[in-house]
Design a protein around this ligand. Structure first.
Ligand code: ADP
Ligand code: MG
Length: 321
């Protein structure tokens, strides 16, 4: 760590503390995350999901890991590109909720990062505003500490997602939930960007389900047959509530935005769109207006977006706000 000079502490979370730092040789500004846990071997470090996934994932909308450093006292540091802020801080620093086009601008980028991540076989499992890092108009998915491989056959017993963004199947304790938990979290985040307060702010697991039912209306055999069976097996009864009109909760959201939030927050994970399906939702149609169709198709088919392609998409977005 001698080559880095720590400047200010910029964040702290469950797994560590994060500093803004500067590389003494190159003057590059970076973010250094020091993990709370000690690591007694390199194998242990390399088996961390955050390291495993970030060694593979390279995308303009995913925070890039530059270096992993293990000190003699077994402490572990991750060196990341530095980002000015996170989406929670951005929300806190503004008086007005985001407009429809601003929400489109942020979410279009995040869905591209997610589309790439899911295509590479990883899901995040802890999407929330403070894990979405923002710098100069770019947004990147950070904190891969809870990521998992989609096809690992492990039972996902650990309930990692922060409660407010936790999908109902995870709240009910399902052990083989899918990457669709990320899509649920994105629905909750999108709504929060319009409301500037969380959509489902549960105080505990029971209250979490109550909050979800009070907004969406309780699940029915049509909306989530599997969930009713799951609840039956647990002897759990969903609170019987009619739900509310989402448009009344977020008056500035367009009809298309509400439609996308509703489908992302479908009770049944199978009914939630994938990230690539979300990108083709009418809410994002204006994002493709000035991109040649061949480019859009290539970006989607290849499952990657090159820097050049991304810049075009970004400038397209910037022009629309
Ligand atoms: P944890 O796993 O402990 O939650 P995170 O990686 O989410 O750690 O980092 C905690 C906080 O630190 C973030 O919410 C963010 O505010 C800040 N942070 C993380 N990475 C960066 C970065 N690359 N640049 C600037 N700030 C960061
Ligand atoms: Mg975090």
């Amino acid at each position: 760590m001698e080559k880095y000079q720590l400047l200010d502490e910029v964040g702290a979370g469950g797994f560590g503390r994060v500093w803004k730092a500067v590389n003494k040789h190159s003057s590059e500004v970076v973010a250094v995350k020091m993990l709370r846990e000690k690591f007694h071997s390199w194998e242990e470090c390399l088996s961390l999901e955050e390291v495993k996934s970030l060694r593979i994932l390279r995308h303009p909308n995913i925070l890039s890991l530059k270096e992993v450093i293990r000190e003699r006292d077994d402490s572990l540091f991750f060196v990341f590109e530095f980002m000015e802020s996170d989406l929670l801080q951005v929300m806190r620093s503004r008086a007005e909720p985001f407009s429809d086009s601003e929400v489109r601008y942020w979410c279009f980028q995040v869905f591209q990062g997610l589309h790439y991540m899911h295509g590479k076989g990883y899901f995040h499992r802890d999407l929330k505003p403070e894990n979405l890092l923002v710098s100069g108009g770019l947004i990147k998915i950070g904190d891969m500490g809870s990521a998992k491989e989609i096809n690992s056959n492990q039972l996902l017993t650990d309930c990692v997602t922060t409660r407010w963004y936790r999908a109902p199947e995870v709240v009910l304790g399902l052990e083989n939930y899918s990457f669709k938990v990320d899509m649920w979290a994105m629905g909750a985040i999108m709504a929060e960007l319009f409301m500037f307060k969380p959509l489902f702010p549960g105080r505990n697991l029971f209250d979490q389900m109550l909050k979800i039912c009070s907004v969406l209306g309780s699940p029915t055999p049509e909306s989530w047959l599997g969930g009713l069976a799951l609840a039956g097996g647990l002897n759990y009864q969903f609170p019987q509530l009619p739900g509310v009109n989402l448009s009344s909760m977020m008056p500035s959201a367009s009809w298309n935005a509400i439609g996308l939030i509703k489908s992302l927050c479908s009770w049944d994970p199978n009914k939630r769109p994938s990230a690539s399906e979300a990108l083709t939702h009418p809410f994002f149609h204006t994002c493709y207006n000035i991109i040649p169709p061949s480019l859009c198709v290539r970006a989607r088919v290849n499952n990657t977006t090159t820097r050049e392609e991304f810049e075009q998409i970004r400038s397209c977005n910037r022009n629309r706000i």
